[in-house]
Design a protein around this ligand. Structure first.
Ligand SMILES: [Fe+2]
Length: 290
């Protein structure tokens, strides 16, 4: 039996139904899903009653998984499932001034997961476990298509950016939150790394404008000039027409292509309602630049 696919926007995103991800998929069904992922960048699978084990098993079909960074918001744990939660280890809502919540607020900036790593993530999969009662204020996730952004660039700009690399730095994107959230060990682990600004999908050749809030400046360009250009490109890439807002329901599994999309968390009453998502991350296949 084949999956059912419904497009979410004219340019990207698809809802996939008629499939049960809690059970091992046959190769033909998996190939259909993988093909949809490469084509649509964002896949939404509603009503998937996944355990951590079944989420890891499905995610692993796409390639080796990243393990989580030990950081302030996940109690410095290293594992294949990353918990995105506003609850402390005792299950209590965190207070507004808790650094772990302020860390989450950094995720309201447009970004691509792990772009600050030498080999950035290929895909992330988020499974909604617990959500606030009102679905309009569930902490929506907004996506924007970097392929649509690339396609809309003038030809001379596409050519000018083709061989350029942006320097992505974890500490840079976190600097704007106002408090020091990275420690010395993290600063050492995540030094600034170059990433190609134009990335082509290895399977279908579709190009994407790979920018985001971890990108600080442009290699071999005066720093202020590069930073201004990156801000301009980010503004271009995140215009309304390229975006899609996902409103969460418990059981949603949302898979997104970090090579072709940016995303950001939308605000909600973070100190009032529990919200727990479990994330797996498929590692990238190699560095984006030589
Ligand atoms: Fe993210």
């Amino acid at each position: 039996m084949s999956i059912t696919l419904r497009k979410l926007t004219p340019v990207f995103g698809a809802e996939i139904t008629n499939v049960d991800l809690t059970r091992p998929l046959d190769d033909a069904t998996f190939a259909e899903i993988e093909n949809a992922f490469e084509t649509y960048s964002l896949l939404v699978f509603p009503n998937q009653n996944l355990s951590d084990e079944s989420q890891i098993a499905f995610s692993s079909r796409f390639g080796p998984l990243e393990t989580t960074q030990g950081h302030i918001a996940n109690h410095f744990q290293v594992k294949q499932i990353s918990e995105i939660s506003n609850l402390d280890p005792n299950g209590k809502l965190m207070a507004a001034d808790d650094p772990r919540l302020i860390f989450r607020i950094g995720q309201r900036n447009w970004h691509s997961d792990s772009s600050f790593k030498k080999v950035p993530a290929k895909a992330s999969l988020l499974h909604a476990r617990v959500l606030p009662p009102n679905s309009d204020e569930c902490g929506q996730t907004q996506f924007t298509s970097l392929r649509a952004a690339y396609d809309a660039l003038p030809e001379d700009r596409k050519r000018a950016l083709e061989d350029k690399a942006a320097i992505h730095h974890y500490a840079y994107s976190r600097r704007n939150t106002g408090i020091k959230l990275t420690n010395e060990e993290e600063d050492k682990r995540f030094p600034p790394v170059p990433q190609a600004i134009i990335r082509a999908n290895p399977k279908n050749g579709r190009k994407a404008l790979y920018v985001g809030s971890h990108a600080s400046h442009i290699r071999e360009m005066p720093e202020a000039e590069g930073r201004a250009l990156l801000l301009e490109l980010l503004e271009h890439a995140t215009q309304e027409t390229f975006t899609h807002m996902h409103t969460w329901h418990v059981g949603d599994l949302v898979m997104y292509d970090n090579r072709a999309l940016l995303h950001r968390a939308r605000p909600y009453a973070i100190t009032e309602h529990a919200r727990v998502l479990h994330r797996t991350t498929v590692a990238g296949e190699g560095p984006t630049v030589q």
